[in-house]
Design a protein around this ligand. Structure first.
Ligand code: SF4
Length: 465
Protein backbone atom coordinates (compact mmCIF):
# COMPACT_ATOMS: atom_id res chain seq x y z
CA UNK A 1 0.00 0.00 0.00
CA UNK A 2 2.97 2.26 -0.42
CA UNK A 3 2.68 5.18 -2.76
CA UNK A 4 5.09 5.43 -5.62
CA UNK A 5 5.92 7.89 -8.33
CA UNK A 6 7.19 5.73 -11.13
CA UNK A 7 7.76 6.91 -14.63
CA UNK A 8 7.98 3.76 -16.72
CA UNK A 9 11.48 2.58 -17.56
CA UNK A 10 12.81 4.08 -20.76
CA UNK A 11 14.34 0.79 -21.86
CA UNK A 12 16.05 1.07 -25.20
CA UNK A 13 13.59 3.64 -26.51
CA UNK A 14 15.29 6.79 -27.69
CA UNK A 15 14.66 9.77 -25.45
CA UNK A 16 12.68 12.69 -26.89
CA UNK A 17 15.86 14.77 -26.80
CA UNK A 18 17.70 12.36 -29.10
CA UNK A 19 14.85 11.50 -31.44
CA UNK A 20 13.08 14.43 -33.06
CA UNK A 21 9.38 13.84 -33.55
CA UNK A 22 9.06 11.39 -30.66
CA UNK A 23 6.09 12.20 -28.46
CA UNK A 24 6.70 12.52 -24.76
CA UNK A 25 4.72 10.37 -22.33
CA UNK A 26 4.60 10.99 -18.60
CA UNK A 27 2.86 8.49 -16.33
CA UNK A 28 2.46 9.21 -12.64
CA UNK A 29 1.71 6.09 -10.64
CA UNK A 30 -0.13 6.03 -7.34
CA UNK A 31 -0.74 3.05 -5.07
CA UNK A 32 0.33 -0.56 -5.30
CA UNK A 33 2.74 -2.57 -7.45
CA UNK A 34 -0.14 -3.63 -9.69
CA UNK A 35 -0.46 -0.03 -10.77
CA UNK A 36 3.30 0.08 -11.41
CA UNK A 37 2.90 -2.97 -13.67
CA UNK A 38 -0.11 -1.39 -15.41
CA UNK A 39 1.86 1.83 -15.99
CA UNK A 40 4.70 -0.12 -17.59
CA UNK A 41 2.18 -1.90 -19.83
CA UNK A 42 0.53 1.42 -20.82
CA UNK A 43 3.96 2.61 -21.96
CA UNK A 44 4.34 -0.65 -23.93
CA UNK A 45 0.95 -0.12 -25.61
CA UNK A 46 1.82 3.46 -26.55
CA UNK A 47 5.38 2.83 -27.73
CA UNK A 48 4.34 1.80 -31.29
CA UNK A 49 2.56 5.16 -31.59
CA UNK A 50 5.88 6.94 -31.04
CA UNK A 51 5.49 7.75 -27.36
CA UNK A 52 8.67 7.62 -25.27
CA UNK A 53 8.69 8.00 -21.49
CA UNK A 54 9.82 11.22 -19.89
CA UNK A 55 10.26 11.85 -16.18
CA UNK A 56 8.30 15.07 -15.87
CA UNK A 57 4.88 16.35 -16.86
CA UNK A 58 6.49 19.62 -17.94
CA UNK A 59 6.57 19.51 -21.74
CA UNK A 60 4.91 16.10 -22.01
CA UNK A 61 2.51 15.50 -24.90
CA UNK A 62 0.52 12.90 -23.03
CA UNK A 63 0.13 12.70 -19.24
CA UNK A 64 -1.52 9.75 -17.52
CA UNK A 65 -2.33 9.68 -13.82
CA UNK A 66 -2.62 6.02 -12.86
CA UNK A 67 -4.63 6.30 -9.69
CA UNK A 68 -5.35 4.44 -6.46
CA UNK A 69 -8.64 4.47 -4.58
CA UNK A 70 -7.57 2.68 -1.41
CA UNK A 71 -7.55 5.79 0.75
CA UNK A 72 -9.38 9.07 0.57
CA UNK A 73 -6.15 11.06 0.55
CA UNK A 74 -4.91 9.22 -2.55
CA UNK A 75 -8.06 10.17 -4.49
CA UNK A 76 -7.90 13.80 -3.36
CA UNK A 77 -4.24 14.00 -4.44
CA UNK A 78 -5.38 13.12 -7.95
CA UNK A 79 -7.71 16.11 -8.09
CA UNK A 80 -4.98 18.40 -6.80
CA UNK A 81 -2.53 17.03 -9.40
CA UNK A 82 -5.14 17.54 -12.11
CA UNK A 83 -5.42 21.21 -11.10
CA UNK A 84 -1.69 21.66 -11.72
CA UNK A 85 -1.88 19.82 -15.04
CA UNK A 86 -4.74 22.03 -16.17
CA UNK A 87 -2.55 25.14 -15.68
CA UNK A 88 0.27 23.46 -17.61
CA UNK A 89 -2.09 22.53 -20.42
CA UNK A 90 -3.51 26.07 -20.61
CA UNK A 91 -0.01 27.58 -20.73
CA UNK A 92 0.60 25.39 -23.81
CA UNK A 93 -2.68 26.37 -25.48
CA UNK A 94 -4.09 22.92 -24.90
CA UNK A 95 -1.21 20.99 -26.50
CA UNK A 96 -1.31 18.23 -23.91
CA UNK A 97 -3.57 15.21 -23.59
CA UNK A 98 -4.52 14.26 -20.02
CA UNK A 99 -5.86 10.86 -19.03
CA UNK A 100 -6.88 9.44 -15.68
CA UNK A 101 -6.45 5.69 -15.37
CA UNK A 102 -6.65 3.14 -12.54
CA UNK A 103 -9.09 2.65 -9.70
CA UNK A 104 -10.22 6.27 -9.18
CA UNK A 105 -11.00 6.38 -12.89
CA UNK A 106 -13.05 3.22 -12.49
CA UNK A 107 -14.94 4.41 -9.42
CA UNK A 108 -15.37 8.12 -10.15
CA UNK A 109 -15.03 8.49 -13.93
CA UNK A 110 -18.00 10.79 -14.44
CA UNK A 111 -17.13 12.84 -11.37
CA UNK A 112 -13.59 13.38 -12.72
CA UNK A 113 -14.89 14.61 -16.07
CA UNK A 114 -17.29 16.94 -14.27
CA UNK A 115 -14.78 18.32 -11.78
CA UNK A 116 -11.85 18.75 -14.15
CA UNK A 117 -12.65 19.75 -17.74
CA UNK A 118 -8.96 19.57 -18.69
CA UNK A 119 -9.18 15.77 -18.57
CA UNK A 120 -9.46 14.30 -22.07
CA UNK A 121 -10.13 10.68 -21.22
CA UNK A 122 -10.77 8.33 -18.36
CA UNK A 123 -9.80 4.70 -18.59
CA UNK A 124 -10.45 1.90 -16.08
CA UNK A 125 -7.91 -0.79 -15.11
CA UNK A 126 -9.34 -3.34 -17.56
CA UNK A 127 -9.37 -1.03 -20.55
CA UNK A 128 -5.92 0.53 -20.94
CA UNK A 129 -5.11 -1.72 -23.89
CA UNK A 130 -7.62 0.56 -25.69
CA UNK A 131 -5.45 3.66 -25.19
CA UNK A 132 -4.25 3.93 -28.83
CA UNK A 133 -7.82 3.84 -30.14
CA UNK A 134 -9.01 6.20 -27.43
CA UNK A 135 -6.29 8.68 -28.31
CA UNK A 136 -7.38 8.72 -31.93
CA UNK A 137 -10.99 9.25 -30.90
CA UNK A 138 -10.03 11.94 -28.39
CA UNK A 139 -8.34 13.88 -31.14
CA UNK A 140 -11.83 14.21 -32.60
CA UNK A 141 -13.92 14.68 -29.46
CA UNK A 142 -13.07 15.07 -25.80
CA UNK A 143 -14.70 13.14 -23.06
CA UNK A 144 -14.14 9.44 -23.58
CA UNK A 145 -14.77 7.29 -20.57
CA UNK A 146 -13.95 3.62 -20.80
CA UNK A 147 -14.62 1.58 -17.70
CA UNK A 148 -14.94 -2.06 -16.78
CA UNK A 149 -16.74 -3.13 -19.91
CA UNK A 150 -13.80 -5.32 -20.91
CA UNK A 151 -12.89 -8.71 -19.55
CA UNK A 152 -9.42 -9.01 -18.03
CA UNK A 153 -8.41 -11.69 -20.56
CA UNK A 154 -9.27 -9.36 -23.41
CA UNK A 155 -6.90 -6.78 -21.98
CA UNK A 156 -4.01 -9.21 -21.51
CA UNK A 157 -4.55 -10.76 -24.95
CA UNK A 158 -4.33 -7.31 -26.53
CA UNK A 159 -1.13 -6.15 -24.82
CA UNK A 160 2.07 -6.23 -26.88
CA UNK A 161 4.42 -9.14 -26.17
CA UNK A 162 7.50 -6.95 -25.86
CA UNK A 163 7.98 -5.17 -22.57
CA UNK A 164 10.12 -2.07 -22.08
CA UNK A 165 12.15 -3.58 -19.28
CA UNK A 166 15.36 -2.00 -18.11
CA UNK A 167 16.96 -3.98 -15.30
CA UNK A 168 17.09 -7.46 -13.79
CA UNK A 169 13.76 -7.34 -11.90
CA UNK A 170 10.20 -7.17 -13.20
CA UNK A 171 6.61 -7.26 -12.04
CA UNK A 172 4.29 -9.75 -13.71
CA UNK A 173 0.55 -9.63 -13.08
CA UNK A 174 -0.92 -13.14 -12.79
CA UNK A 175 -4.20 -12.46 -11.01
CA UNK A 176 -6.64 -9.59 -10.68
CA UNK A 177 -9.64 -8.73 -8.56
CA UNK A 178 -10.89 -9.85 -5.19
CA UNK A 179 -13.84 -11.85 -3.86
CA UNK A 180 -13.06 -11.33 -0.18
CA UNK A 181 -15.06 -8.14 0.46
CA UNK A 182 -13.23 -6.91 3.53
CA UNK A 183 -15.65 -4.36 4.91
CA UNK A 184 -13.22 -1.41 4.59
CA UNK A 185 -11.92 -2.06 1.07
CA UNK A 186 -12.92 -0.73 -2.34
CA UNK A 187 -10.93 -3.23 -4.39
CA UNK A 188 -13.74 -5.76 -5.02
CA UNK A 189 -15.79 -2.85 -6.43
CA UNK A 190 -13.04 -1.21 -8.52
CA UNK A 191 -11.11 -4.26 -9.74
CA UNK A 192 -13.96 -6.76 -9.87
CA UNK A 193 -14.06 -10.49 -9.16
CA UNK A 194 -10.99 -12.71 -8.84
CA UNK A 195 -9.59 -13.78 -12.17
CA UNK A 196 -6.34 -15.63 -13.00
CA UNK A 197 -4.36 -15.46 -16.23
CA UNK A 198 -3.83 -18.81 -17.97
CA UNK A 199 -0.51 -20.36 -16.94
CA UNK A 200 0.76 -20.49 -20.51
CA UNK A 201 0.33 -16.74 -20.94
CA UNK A 202 2.22 -16.11 -17.70
CA UNK A 203 5.01 -18.50 -18.70
CA UNK A 204 5.32 -16.88 -22.13
CA UNK A 205 5.60 -13.40 -20.62
CA UNK A 206 8.13 -14.66 -18.06
CA UNK A 207 10.18 -16.33 -20.82
CA UNK A 208 10.27 -13.04 -22.72
CA UNK A 209 11.40 -11.19 -19.61
CA UNK A 210 14.14 -13.75 -18.94
CA UNK A 211 15.36 -13.27 -22.52
CA UNK A 212 15.61 -9.53 -21.76
CA UNK A 213 17.87 -10.23 -18.76
CA UNK A 214 15.29 -10.35 -15.96
CA UNK A 215 16.39 -12.64 -13.11
CA UNK A 216 13.81 -11.82 -10.46
CA UNK A 217 10.03 -11.88 -10.99
CA UNK A 218 7.48 -10.49 -8.60
CA UNK A 219 4.12 -12.09 -9.37
CA UNK A 220 1.30 -9.65 -8.73
CA UNK A 221 -2.34 -9.99 -7.83
CA UNK A 222 -4.81 -8.37 -5.45
CA UNK A 223 -5.09 -11.89 -4.02
CA UNK A 224 -2.15 -13.48 -5.73
CA UNK A 225 -2.14 -16.67 -3.67
CA UNK A 226 -5.74 -17.31 -4.77
CA UNK A 227 -4.25 -17.89 -8.25
CA UNK A 228 -6.15 -20.67 -10.06
CA UNK A 229 -5.29 -20.24 -13.70
CA UNK A 230 -5.90 -22.82 -16.40
CA UNK A 231 -2.84 -25.00 -16.91
CA UNK A 232 -1.65 -26.09 -20.38
CA UNK A 233 -3.04 -29.58 -19.66
CA UNK A 234 -6.50 -28.21 -18.86
CA UNK A 235 -6.14 -28.67 -15.10
CA UNK A 236 -6.26 -25.79 -12.66
CA UNK A 237 -2.83 -24.60 -11.52
CA UNK A 238 -2.22 -23.20 -8.07
CA UNK A 239 0.31 -20.47 -7.38
CA UNK A 240 2.75 -23.12 -6.12
CA UNK A 241 2.47 -25.04 -9.37
CA UNK A 242 2.95 -21.86 -11.37
CA UNK A 243 6.02 -20.91 -9.30
CA UNK A 244 7.56 -24.34 -9.90
CA UNK A 245 7.05 -23.98 -13.66
CA UNK A 246 8.47 -20.45 -13.66
CA UNK A 247 11.53 -21.70 -11.80
CA UNK A 248 12.25 -23.98 -14.77
CA UNK A 249 12.76 -21.00 -17.06
CA UNK A 250 16.43 -20.47 -17.84
CA UNK A 251 17.61 -17.22 -16.28
CA UNK A 252 14.86 -16.85 -13.67
CA UNK A 253 16.59 -17.21 -10.29
CA UNK A 254 14.23 -15.47 -7.90
CA UNK A 255 10.46 -15.45 -7.53
CA UNK A 256 8.39 -13.30 -5.19
CA UNK A 257 4.65 -12.75 -5.01
CA UNK A 258 2.32 -10.17 -3.51
CA UNK A 259 -0.29 -9.54 -2.04
CA UNK A 260 -1.55 -12.62 -0.24
CA UNK A 261 -4.57 -13.38 1.93
CA UNK A 262 -4.06 -15.69 4.92
CA UNK A 263 -7.01 -17.89 3.90
CA UNK A 264 -5.38 -18.65 0.53
CA UNK A 265 -2.02 -19.71 1.99
CA UNK A 266 -2.43 -23.30 0.77
CA UNK A 267 -0.36 -26.27 1.96
CA UNK A 268 1.31 -26.72 -1.43
CA UNK A 269 2.46 -23.10 -1.39
CA UNK A 270 3.93 -23.49 2.09
CA UNK A 271 5.64 -26.71 0.94
CA UNK A 272 7.04 -24.89 -2.10
CA UNK A 273 8.74 -22.43 0.25
CA UNK A 274 10.54 -25.37 1.83
CA UNK A 275 11.50 -27.04 -1.44
CA UNK A 276 11.95 -24.35 -4.09
CA UNK A 277 15.08 -22.22 -3.61
CA UNK A 278 13.76 -19.75 -6.21
CA UNK A 279 10.98 -18.66 -3.84
CA UNK A 280 12.49 -15.86 -1.81
CA UNK A 281 12.12 -15.94 1.98
CA UNK A 282 9.99 -12.81 2.22
CA UNK A 283 6.23 -12.84 2.51
CA UNK A 284 3.77 -9.96 2.67
CA UNK A 285 0.80 -11.41 4.51
CA UNK A 286 -1.55 -8.70 5.80
CA UNK A 287 -3.63 -9.33 8.92
CA UNK A 288 -4.92 -5.75 9.50
CA UNK A 289 -5.78 -6.26 13.21
CA UNK A 290 -4.89 -8.57 16.08
CA UNK A 291 -8.38 -8.45 17.61
CA UNK A 292 -10.86 -11.21 16.82
CA UNK A 293 -13.73 -8.78 17.31
CA UNK A 294 -12.29 -6.28 14.81
CA UNK A 295 -11.33 -9.02 12.36
CA UNK A 296 -14.99 -10.07 12.37
CA UNK A 297 -16.15 -6.49 11.78
CA UNK A 298 -13.60 -6.24 8.98
CA UNK A 299 -15.05 -9.43 7.44
CA UNK A 300 -11.56 -10.89 7.17
CA UNK A 301 -12.97 -14.42 7.56
CA UNK A 302 -10.20 -15.62 9.87
CA UNK A 303 -9.24 -15.08 13.50
CA UNK A 304 -5.98 -14.03 15.16
CA UNK A 305 -4.99 -17.53 16.27
CA UNK A 306 -5.46 -18.93 12.79
CA UNK A 307 -3.08 -16.28 11.48
CA UNK A 308 -0.51 -16.91 14.23
CA UNK A 309 -0.70 -20.69 13.64
CA UNK A 310 -0.27 -20.10 9.91
CA UNK A 311 2.87 -18.05 10.50
CA UNK A 312 4.16 -20.93 12.64
CA UNK A 313 3.62 -23.41 9.80
CA UNK A 314 5.28 -21.09 7.27
CA UNK A 315 8.30 -20.66 9.54
CA UNK A 316 8.50 -24.38 10.06
CA UNK A 317 8.79 -24.77 6.28
CA UNK A 318 11.17 -21.85 5.85
CA UNK A 319 12.74 -20.88 9.20
CA UNK A 320 14.35 -17.65 7.93
CA UNK A 321 11.11 -16.32 6.41
CA UNK A 322 10.88 -12.52 6.77
CA UNK A 323 7.29 -11.44 7.38
CA UNK A 324 5.64 -8.22 6.30
CA UNK A 325 2.10 -7.05 6.98
CA UNK A 326 -0.53 -4.32 6.71
CA UNK A 327 -2.36 -2.85 9.69
CA UNK A 328 -5.33 -0.55 10.03
CA UNK A 329 -5.74 1.26 13.36
CA UNK A 330 -8.85 3.10 14.49
CA UNK A 331 -11.27 0.82 12.64
CA UNK A 332 -14.85 1.77 13.72
CA UNK A 333 -15.51 0.38 17.19
CA UNK A 334 -11.85 -0.40 17.98
CA UNK A 335 -11.29 -0.22 21.75
CA UNK A 336 -8.05 0.09 23.72
CA UNK A 337 -8.32 -3.63 24.39
CA UNK A 338 -8.65 -4.42 20.67
CA UNK A 339 -5.62 -2.30 19.95
CA UNK A 340 -3.63 -4.06 22.70
CA UNK A 341 -4.47 -7.33 20.92
CA UNK A 342 -2.92 -5.91 17.75
CA UNK A 343 0.27 -4.93 19.58
CA UNK A 344 0.37 -8.39 21.14
CA UNK A 345 0.04 -10.08 17.75
CA UNK A 346 2.83 -7.91 16.34
CA UNK A 347 5.08 -8.93 19.26
CA UNK A 348 4.31 -12.60 18.65
CA UNK A 349 4.86 -12.52 14.89
CA UNK A 350 7.88 -10.18 14.86
CA UNK A 351 7.79 -8.47 11.46
CA UNK A 352 10.73 -7.58 9.24
CA UNK A 353 8.72 -4.69 7.79
CA UNK A 354 5.10 -3.54 7.74
CA UNK A 355 2.72 -0.85 6.53
CA UNK A 356 0.29 0.76 8.95
CA UNK A 357 -2.46 3.28 8.37
CA UNK A 358 -5.22 5.13 10.16
CA UNK A 359 -8.65 3.95 9.06
CA UNK A 360 -10.39 6.26 6.62
CA UNK A 361 -13.92 5.45 5.42
CA UNK A 362 -14.25 4.75 1.72
CA UNK A 363 -17.66 5.61 0.25
CA UNK A 364 -19.70 2.56 -0.71
CA UNK A 365 -17.93 0.14 1.64
CA UNK A 366 -19.87 -1.48 4.53
CA UNK A 367 -17.44 -0.13 7.16
CA UNK A 368 -18.20 3.45 6.10
CA UNK A 369 -21.71 2.96 7.50
CA UNK A 370 -20.61 1.82 10.97
CA UNK A 371 -21.54 4.62 13.34
CA UNK A 372 -18.92 4.16 16.04
CA UNK A 373 -15.95 5.98 14.50
CA UNK A 374 -12.81 6.26 16.65
CA UNK A 375 -11.80 9.89 17.35
CA UNK A 376 -8.88 10.99 15.16
CA UNK A 377 -6.59 11.86 18.09
CA UNK A 378 -7.09 8.38 19.60
CA UNK A 379 -6.33 6.72 16.25
CA UNK A 380 -3.25 8.87 15.82
CA UNK A 381 -1.88 7.94 19.26
CA UNK A 382 -2.45 4.26 18.50
CA UNK A 383 -0.86 4.55 15.07
CA UNK A 384 2.20 6.15 16.61
CA UNK A 385 2.52 3.38 19.24
CA UNK A 386 2.17 0.67 16.58
CA UNK A 387 4.68 2.29 14.26
CA UNK A 388 7.24 2.62 17.08
CA UNK A 389 6.95 -1.13 17.72
CA UNK A 390 7.06 -2.08 14.03
CA UNK A 391 10.08 0.15 13.45
CA UNK A 392 11.91 -1.44 16.40
CA UNK A 393 11.33 -4.84 14.83
CA UNK A 394 12.42 -3.68 11.40
CA UNK A 395 15.66 -2.15 12.71
CA UNK A 396 16.36 -5.27 14.79
CA UNK A 397 15.82 -7.46 11.72
CA UNK A 398 18.18 -5.35 9.63
CA UNK A 399 20.86 -5.27 12.33
CA UNK A 400 20.60 -9.05 12.73
CA UNK A 401 21.99 -9.41 9.20
CA UNK A 402 25.33 -7.81 10.16
CA UNK A 403 28.16 -10.31 9.83
CA UNK A 404 26.12 -12.57 7.54
CA UNK A 405 26.78 -13.14 3.86
CA UNK A 406 23.70 -12.58 1.71
CA UNK A 407 23.16 -13.10 -2.00
CA UNK A 408 22.40 -9.70 -3.47
CA UNK A 409 20.89 -9.10 -6.90
CA UNK A 410 22.35 -5.75 -7.97
CA UNK A 411 19.73 -3.64 -9.77
CA UNK A 412 21.10 -0.16 -10.37
CA UNK A 413 23.87 2.32 -9.73
CA UNK A 414 24.02 4.11 -6.40
CA UNK A 415 24.41 7.83 -5.87
CA UNK A 416 28.14 7.87 -5.17
CA UNK A 417 31.11 6.75 -7.21
CA UNK A 418 30.97 3.12 -8.22
CA UNK A 419 28.31 2.22 -5.66
CA UNK A 420 25.54 -0.20 -6.68
CA UNK A 421 22.21 -0.98 -5.03
CA UNK A 422 20.53 -4.36 -4.93
CA UNK A 423 18.16 -6.52 -2.91
CA UNK A 424 18.81 -9.23 -0.36
CA UNK A 425 16.66 -12.38 -0.40
CA UNK A 426 14.60 -10.63 2.33
CA UNK A 427 13.87 -7.67 0.03
CA UNK A 428 16.15 -5.34 1.96
CA UNK A 429 17.90 -2.67 -0.05
CA UNK A 430 21.68 -3.34 0.04
CA UNK A 431 24.35 -0.95 -1.18
CA UNK A 432 27.96 -1.80 -1.81
CA UNK A 433 30.95 0.16 -3.10
CA UNK A 434 32.84 -0.77 -6.29
CA UNK A 435 29.93 -2.91 -7.48
CA UNK A 436 28.53 -0.97 -10.43
CA UNK A 437 29.96 -3.55 -12.86
CA UNK A 438 27.83 -6.24 -11.17
CA UNK A 439 24.40 -4.86 -12.06
CA UNK A 440 22.19 -7.75 -13.16
CA UNK A 441 24.22 -10.31 -11.21
CA UNK A 442 23.63 -12.16 -7.96
CA UNK A 443 26.67 -11.79 -5.77
CA UNK A 444 27.54 -12.87 -2.21
CA UNK A 445 27.89 -9.77 -0.05
CA UNK A 446 29.08 -9.50 3.53
CA UNK A 447 26.76 -7.24 5.50
CA UNK A 448 28.73 -4.71 7.53
CA UNK A 449 25.94 -2.49 8.89
CA UNK A 450 22.18 -2.40 9.14
CA UNK A 451 20.15 0.82 9.09
CA UNK A 452 16.42 1.51 9.35
CA UNK A 453 15.72 1.08 5.64
CA UNK A 454 18.82 -0.50 4.15
CA UNK A 455 21.95 -2.56 4.63
CA UNK A 456 25.53 -1.76 3.76
CA UNK A 457 27.57 -4.60 2.32
CA UNK A 458 31.08 -5.43 1.19
CA UNK A 459 31.84 -7.55 -1.85
CA UNK A 460 33.39 -10.86 -0.95
CA UNK A 461 34.55 -11.90 -4.35
CA UNK A 462 34.29 -10.83 -7.93
CA UNK A 463 32.77 -14.05 -9.14
CA UNK A 464 29.00 -13.65 -9.53
CA UNK A 465 26.41 -16.38 -9.25
S1 SF4 B 1 -8.52 -9.22 0.58
FE1 SF4 B 1 -9.68 -7.59 1.56
S2 SF4 B 1 -8.19 -5.89 1.71
FE2 SF4 B 1 -7.37 -7.33 0.20
S3 SF4 B 1 -8.12 -6.55 -1.80
FE3 SF4 B 1 -9.61 -8.10 -1.08
S4 SF4 B 1 -11.18 -6.92 0.00
FE4 SF4 B 1 -9.38 -5.58 -0.21
Amino acid sequence: MSETLTPPQAGTVATPETAPGVKRLFIKTYGCQMNVYDSERMADVLRPLGYAPTDTAEGADFVILNTCHIREKAAEKVYSELGKLREMKESRSGAMTIAVAGCVAQAEGEEIMRRQPAVDLVVGPQAYHQLPELLTRTARARGERIGADFAADEKFDSLPEARGINGPTAFLTVQEGCDKFCSFCVVPYTRGAEWSRPAEAVLAEAGGLAAQGVRELTLLGQNVNAYDGAGPDGSVWTLARLARALAEIEGIDRIRYTTSHPNDMADDLIAAHAELPHLMPYLHLPVQSGSDRILRLMNRKHGRQKYIDLIGRIREARPDMALSGDFIVGFPGETDRDFEDTLDLVRQVNYASAFSFMYSPRPGTPAAGIGTQVPADVSLTRLHALQVLLLEQQVAFNKAQVGKTLDVLFEKKGRHGRQAIGRSPYLQSVHAEDADHLIGQIVPVEIVSGQQNSLTGRLLQEKAA
